[in-house]
Design a protein around this ligand. Structure first.
Ligand code: ADP
Ligand code: MG
Length: 326
């Protein structure tokens, strides 16, 4: 069956039928706007991300269910980076009329399974026909106590720079996908990233981080945002970058280039006062999540890269920029 036979309202009903009720949703899908109950004492954090066919994904190598999961994950990662707990989300889709219904069924199954895993409820959206490819826009809402929200500003000279998980995998995975290698750890890190929601919330609630961001555009680019907004510089020790064995096997002669500039790992990059290091290790160990100190915040404004042995390193690329030339 084609989407055109079901129609816009048939599709919305089909989506709605699979959404579980939630006590915080007074009115969900079906009215002109949703009505949500906020948790007393908390502020709402709201974030939006678009995924475009041909720009962010290629339907020839991502199945609809995984794409559904990722479309929500990238938004949950932004909430995690603020230390917010996900609560609700909206889904805008533009779909070619001839797309099979199975595409949307698979996509929604993936999106709603990820939503359930992280405690977010779908409360509305918009649906239209596309004359080009598939376009997806998710807006996610989360909550946190205002004093615990983690911003990009707030890093201080002397703070340690930490990152969860491993970096460079998703970019190496994209290279493999483009070469036709459709399976394995690196490809799955590109197609199906895990938003570090529990870690983001736990770090915020422990009050240990001075600044936080998620790694969507590459360590260097995203650390650059923290530095700029905090008015600080940084020194990164490349020997301390957490690299997976799979990444090391795939990265070629220079292991640092892609680890620094590769986007879409959706790990958390954050700064902490040096005295809180053991506490951060405990929090992440409790979540079974690797965490590494990769450098230190400095007083200047530059990001200094130090290769093993102490020699300076110049990154061939900074990271992803939609309007950039890379
Ligand atoms: P309106 O024309 O008043 O904007 P719509 O017909 O676009 O209303 O939407 C009807 C209802 O379905 C609304 O509650 C809207 O939030 C919801 N909705 C539309 N598209 C989606 C979607 N892709 N996912 C979830 N809810 C949707
Ligand atoms: Mg509408």
């Amino acid at each position: 069956m084609k989407l055109a036979e079901l129609g816009e309202f048939g599709l919305i009903d089909r989506i709605k039928a699979n959404v579980a009720a939630s006590p915080s949703v007074l009115l969900g899908i079906g009215d002109d706007a949703a009505a949500l109950v906020s948790t007393p004492g908390q502020v709402t954090l709201i974030t939006s991300d678009m995924l475009l066919e041909g720009v962010h994904f290629d339907l020839s190598f991502c199945d609809p269910r995984t794409l559904g999961r990722k479309s929500l994950s990238v938004n949950l990662s932004d909430l995690a980076a603020m230390g917010a707990r996900p609560r609700h989300f909206l889904l805008g889709v533009a779909l070619p009329r001839e797309i099979p219904l199975e595409f949307m069924d698979g996509f929604m199954a993936g999106m709603l399974e990820q939503a359930e895993r992280f405690g977010a409820t779908l409360v509305g959206g918009d649906t239209c026909a596309s004359k080009g490819g598939v376009a997806i826009s998710v807006t996610a809402l989360g909550e946190q106590r205002p004093e615990l929200v983690l911003k990009r500003s707030g890093a201080r000279p002397g703070d340690l720079i930490c990152v969860t998980g491993t970096v460079g995998d998703a970019a190496a995975g994209l290279n493999e996908l483009m070469r036709g290698l459709r399976e394995g750890f690196l490809a799955s890190r590109q197609l199906d990233p895990t938003p570090r929601v529990e870690a983001g919330v736990a770090l915020a609630e422990a009050g240990v981080a001075s600044a936080m961001i998620d790694v969507s555009d590459g360590v260097l680019q995203d650390l650059g945002h923290i530095c700029e907004l905090s008015g600080v510089g940084a020194r990164l020790e490349l020997s301390r970058l957490p690299l997976s064995d799979e990444y090391r096997a795939a990265c070629g002669a220079d292991p640092y280039a892609l680890a620094l500039s590769g986007g879409e790992d959706y790990e958390l990059l954050f700064c902490i006062p040096a005295a809180r290091e053991a506490e951060v290790e405990r929090i992440c160990a409790g979540l079974d999540l690797r965490v590494s100190v990769i450098g230190e915040v400095t007083g200047g404004s530059a990001i200094e890269l130090v290769a093993p042995g102490g020699t300076p390193y110049t990154a061939p690329r900074r990271g992803f920029d939609h309007f950039g030339s890379d």
